[in-house]
Design a protein. Structure first.
Length: 264
């Protein structure tokens, strides 16, 4: 069995600003070669937060399919650069591959739910962001037992796709991507729903601890690896992973509560 790949250490690729729709399909082989480093980059970033049995090669293969799909379906009339659309299609294809594997076991989902609910309860009771020792005490376990639980949860996605569908309607992944990309999407309900989700997420991020906000910003905005973030913050990669997972669980809990309240 292949081992989990090491984080990607290459350079972030430079994209062409756009690809004319009449020539993009004819240059499929060239575009696959041009985007190969980016596909590899995304696959390795995903792999850092996945169990060892998930092979990077499978994610990269799915990414190539996503790129080919982007080449075939790209619509230049939507005021979106091809590189942006391609990135969403590549990531979407990899996430589809992960969903087909059902890589998050039920036991992991249950543990994530327990921590999410504990964080929400403690924050509501105390009126502030809570630390890991407080969460461990609430769960009546040692800090090391809590960290072991967090390690098992590592990699769980921020949003439950099925729950998101309940909020914005039964849309396909491609339709969701188009709504996110196209600011002139016609359905005002979907636009309002996404706007509300973004607002809730922004407020939830602001409520994180300063260290958690730093990790989220460096990982998702600056696109550093967990190891690189550890070097910046002078913490171990394992500690950064713990901070990241706790922040994601806190954000998941608040988004889940918002979606459930709006759907009820």
């Amino acid at each position: 069995m292949k081992s989990k790949a090491l984080p990607y250490t290459g350079t972030y690729p430079t994209f062409p600003p756009s690809v004319p729709p009449d020539t993009a399909p004819k240059n499929q082989d060239e575009m696959i070669l041009r985007y190969a480093p980016f596909i590899k980059y995304i696959a390795h970033r995903l792999a850092m937060r996945l169990p060892p049995h998930i092979m990077v090669e499978d994610l990269m293969s799915a990414g190539v399919i996503g790129l080919m799909d982007a080449l075939a379906k790209f619509d230049p009339q939507k005021k979106v650069e091809f590189k942006t659309y391609a990135e969403f299609r590549i990531r979407g294809a990899m996430l589809d591959e992960l969903r087909s594997l059902d890589w998050v076991p039920r036991s992991v989902r249950q543990k994530a739910s327990v921590i999410e609910k504990s964080i929400l309860h403690l924050e509501k009771t105390k009126g502030r962001s809570v630390g890991e020792e407080e969460i461990a005490n609430h769960l009546e376990m040692s800090l090391e037992e809590y960290y072991q639980m967090v390690r098992e949860i590592n990699g769980i996605p921020l949003l439950d796709q099925d729950l998101l569908q309940e909020k914005i309607g039964k849309l396909s992944d491609e339709e969701i991507i188009n709504l996110l990309l196209d600011e002139e999407a016609n359905d005002p309900f979907h636009q309002l729903s996404l706007k509300e989700l973004k607002r809730v997420l922004a407020e939830a991020i602001q409520a994180l601890s300063s260290k958690e906000k730093q990790v989220i910003s460096l990982y998702y905005q600056e696109e550093l690896t967990l190891k690189e973030i550890g070097e910046v913050l002078q913490l171990t990669e394992s500690r950064i992973c713990q901070i990241h997972t706790k922040a994601i669980l806190e954000l998941r809990g608040k988004l889940r509560r918002f979606i459930e309240e709006e759907s009820s």
